[in-house]
Design a protein around this ligand. Structure first.
Ligand code: ADA
Length: 564
């Protein structure tokens, strides 16, 4: 995968980005007509991309086939897909390799015994929806389709290192880390192999003898070890350390940082010090690229966030490109990562559906697996605006909370509720995160103070007054360039007034430990949500979709900078 560093020195990697053959399959006949054996006709597209930016396909929902040839010296090949929106089925030379559900996380498929020569890789991509889809059809962003992140093919030899997690606990004064690696290994050869797995982090080395039978995949733990020669990772000083893992035939490089995130007495603490999260919600979306967001523009978004005075971003509403999270690790920007369970569309019966619950669980597991070592991720978000006032929402929250507490490492687990005054699931979050839109939907701007007061009273009455509160969404829309002397809705002035009012109120409240404005940039929205949205966009960005600032940007900047 494309990271800010090379993941391998030994393993042979071939990037399959670039030109692919492409054909839409609106009637869904591709598979039965054997397109996996060769797309009958089609055009050339660039991968990664979304088809919605192609001529005539802006609103296309359904299936499409992608195909390309590549040369290999053969052996055991691992195909790595950074992200495919939403469902992928993959064939090699017409033979089914496997499939994957879920649009925002990496997945891999392995094929053994591939011969030397030129081979054909075919991917059927579908962005259709039904009642068990995550997300559901109704969302407030745009359902793009396509191969949205890089594709590569890797040659695995002998015992290969597929993934790793550096699990650690810091001692009281945070000068020592008691650590161990969990390493996913795979035997790519045709015989049983015994090998030594070596790891290095902060000059501490381990060696573990492992034996795997042919084709076996297994998670191993190294012995525990103590690291003492490190500096803590923090926004002011984002110290990162290389991880090196190798066997006699394969290797994996990664990075980590050491930090402690905790919650106490209505405060969020980073490395033992109170921290206020000052941030915005960001969709990884751009009108010209959709979810295939270019790496060069990621850096610009981070620069904008720093200019605004943020120390955190919320990756609303799905796991972001690992390249982006690498940038955040390097520059010390804190991150909230979540999966796309976006409430609007989920009925009670969908929330209780075993297929939906399993899909959500798998998405959480994938997110944790691929992002575990990123120190910038301090929050896992379980879901957004589901029916947490019902038993179905309660049960889902209980299940995902215990899962993330078990596997997610040292992180805050939360969910964003828009039912603050009737939510019954607060026991399943470390921090209460509230989405509320007074001043935009319904209540007027002046009603905010009473709302915040009511939230405190409710948390007190439930016995959760010790939990910090994050205002995870608030804001209002402004159409870029719509300026006026009066401050009425949809004008830049009104948005400025609303956000300034909210921020002053929230930032003067000791129990509110974080603010994430909805939202950083305007984003194109789904047809269903678009009916109520000017231009078919969610215009609550403080920048427009091309990253040009609205008046509120400068108002927010002044307030945020004063809290640095
Ligand atoms: C919700 C949701 C956002 C966006 C927002 C809005 O809180 O989580 O994705 O739709 O409302 O603009 O109404």
């Amino acid at each position: 995968m494309i990271r800010l560093f090379d993941e391998h020195k030994i393993r042979h990697i071939q990037l399959l980005d670039g030109a692919w053959k492409f054909a839409v399959d609106p009637e869904g006949i591709g598979e039965s007509d054997g397109w996996q054996n060769g797309i009958p006709s089609g055009e050339t597209v660039t991968v990664p991309s979304v088809w919605n930016t192609m001529w005539g396909l802006l609103e296309y929902e359904g299936a499409a086939f992608y195909e390309r040839e590549f040369y290999t010296k053969g052996g055991t090949l691992r195909f790595v897909f950074g992200a495919v929106m939403t469902e992928a089925t993959v064939w090699l030379d017409g033979e089914l390799l496997g499939s994957h559900y879920g649009g925002f996380c990496q997945f891999e498929l392995i094929k053994r015994g591939v011969t030397e020569g030129t081979h054909r890789l075919t991917v059927k991509v579908s962005n259709s929806f039904d009642e068990k889809s995550i997300p559901q059809r109704v969302v407030d962003w745009y359902h793009c389709g396509g191969i949205t992140r890089s594709v590569s093919v890797e040659t695995l030899c002998g015992i290969s290192v597929l993934s790793n997690r550096l699990e650690y606990t810091l001692n009281e004064d945070m000068t020592k880390a008691e650590a161990r690696f969990a390493i996913e290994l795979y035997n790519a050869d045709e015989t049983e192999i015994t090998d030594i797995v070596k790891t290095t982090v902060c000059d501490v080395e381990t060696e573990t003898k492992v034996t795997l039978s042919q084709g076996e995949c297994k998670e191993f733990f190294t012995k525990s070890f103590v690291i003492s020669n490190f500096e803590l990772w923090s926004p002011e000083s984002p110290a990162l350390y290389d991880i090196e893992i190798s066997t006699s035939t394969d290797d994996l490089k990664d990075r980590c940082g050491f930090r402690k995130i905790s919650v106490e007495d209505c405060k969020i603490r980073l490395n033992g010090k109170d921290i206020r999260l000052i941030g915005v919600n960001r969709h990884e979306d751009h009108p010209d690229f959709g979810f295939a967001f270019p790496h060069s523009l990621m850096l610009r978004d981070v620069d904008i966030a720093f200019d605004l005075g943020c120390n955190t971003l919320r990756g609303s509403h799905y796991p972001n490109d690992p390249y982006f999270v690498d940038i955040l690790d390097e520059c010390g920007m804190l991150f909230w990562s979540e999966i796309p369970i976006w409430g609007g569309g989920f009925s009670e019966s969908a929330l209780s559906d075993p297929v939906v619950i399993k899909r959500g669980g798998d998405m959480h597991r994938e997110m944790v697996k691929h992002y575990y070592n990123h120190p910038s991720i301090i929050i896992w978000g379980m879901h957004n605006e589901i029916l947490t006032e019902t038993e179905a929402g309660y049960n889902m929250s209980r299940e995902y909370y215990s899962l993330l507490k078990e596997i997610g490492g040292n992180r805050i687990v939360t969910y964003a509720t828009n039912k603050a005054l009737k939510d019954i699931s607060y026991e399943f979050c470390d921090v209460v995160s509230i989405n509320q839109y007074n001043g935009w939907y319904g209540e007027d701007i002046e009603s905010w103070a009473k709302f915040v007061d009511d939230v405190h009273k409710r948390l007190d009455s439930l016995g959760f007054s010790n939990k910090p509160i994050i205002m995870s969404e608030f804001g209002g829309a402004a159409v870029y360039g719509h300026r006026n002397f009066e401050t009425f809705k949809w004008s830049e002035e009104y948005q400025s007034r609303l956000l300034s009012h909210c921020l002053k109120l929230f930032l003067s409240d000791e129990k509110i430990a974080g603010t994430y404005i909805w939202q950083m940039c305007d984003t194109r929205t789904s047809e269903e949500a678009g009916i109520t949205r000017a231009r078919g966009y969610n215009n609550k960005g403080i920048l427009n979709e091309y990253r040009n600032p609205k008046a509120s940007y400068f108002a927010v900047k002044e307030i945020y900078k004063s809290y640095q």
